[in-house]
Design a protein around this ligand. Structure first.
Ligand code: ATP
Length: 193
């Protein structure tokens, strides 16, 4: 079975995440997809007045309902920084007979070589990269080639339709590209004010 793993801070999840997940499922022929909200992301500082872990987990479940996929709280249950290396090793041990695909947008593909133990990650999974920014689409093959050359492993670049939105845009109210269920949850809980 082909299992996609889609990690993120999901603070909050937005329509860009949802469309990316749907594209990954259809274009790469995934059988299962698991959203994995991070505890403490290694690469970014969560803004003040942000959603707490339970609220991010709840909103990630709402996104999963839209996608028709699963959620794993394994990074939230683990203490400290959420390293993809640990998550992928855990899932590879849990699903030894399946093929794992780690899903990421352009920004993550660009910086992947600088992640913690990227070679370890590539031992257990294929990277499945989606475009999140049309201006960067043509650079993706260059990032793929660089990763494969310096680290080995396999990177698949998917030709998805781009939805240019970020969680920052949602928090700053400069975009409304978010499912109604999540928008209502944010409003009801007074998040990101
Ligand atoms: P923030 O604005 O807070 O930095 P973000 O929008 O980048 O957040 P994350 O939850 O940090 O969202 O992203 C998780 C994963 O989803 C990353 O691999 C990222 O590249 C990808 N991603 C985020 N937004 C999009 C999008 N619009 N299209 C495709 N992939 C996306």
């Amino acid at each position: 079975m082909k299992i996609g793993i889609f990690g993120g801070t999901f603070n909050p999840p937005h329509s860009g995440h949802i469309e990316a997940a749907k594209s990954a499922i259809s274009l790469a022929g995934l059988d299962r997809l698991i959203l994995v909200p991070s505890n403490i992301p290694p690469h970014k500082i969560l803004p003040e007045n942000t959603a707490n872990n339970e609220q991010r987990l709840m909103m990630t479940h709402m996104a999963a309902e839209e996608i028709g996929c699963e959620v794993s709280a394994i990074e939230l249950m683990r203490e400290g920084k959420s390293y993809t290396k640990d998550t992928i090793a855990h899932l590879a041990a849990k699903y030894p007979d399946d093929s794992l695909y780690f899903i990421m947008g352009t920004d993550m593909l660009r910086t992947f070589v600088n992640w913690y133990c990227p070679d370890e990650i590539l031992k257990h999974c294929t990277l499945l990269a989606l475009c999140r920014n049309e201006a960067e689409r043509e650079n993706m093959l260059e990032y793929k080639a660089n990763i494969e050359k310096t680290l080995g492993g396999r990177v698949i670049v998917v030709e998805n339709d781009v939805l240019e939105v970020s969680s920052t845009d949602i928090r700053n109210k400069t975009s409304g590209l978010i499912p109604k269920s999540i928008a209502d949850y944010i409003e009801k809980n007074g998040l990101y004010r």
